[in-house]
Design a binder for this molecule. Structure first.
Ligand code: ZN
Length: 68
């Protein structure tokens, strides 16, 4: 089946029998992301988690400075 990426509108062809195609056909999922967007989102999420931890650490550092 042909699927369209919700982010970049790329049309990709996926195997009708693959689990993702089955989910789309059964309306278990309504959106499809192409492999490159999927990877990019995954990378961004990882980066956000890293920066989130960093900010948290910095916040505590600033807090300590106020205490001093
Ligand atoms: Zn895409």
């Amino acid at each position: 089946m042909r699927v369209k990426c919700v982010i970049c509108d790329t049309i990709e062809k996926i195997d009708d029998s693959c689990p993702l195609a089955k989910k789309l056909q059964n309306r278990l999922i309504h959106t499809y992301m192409c492999t490159s967007c999927d990877k990019r989102i995954g990378d961004n999420t990882k980066k956000r988690h890293k920066s989130g931890n960093f900010k948290l650490f910095r916040k505590y550092e600033v807090h300590d400075q106020y205490l001093d």
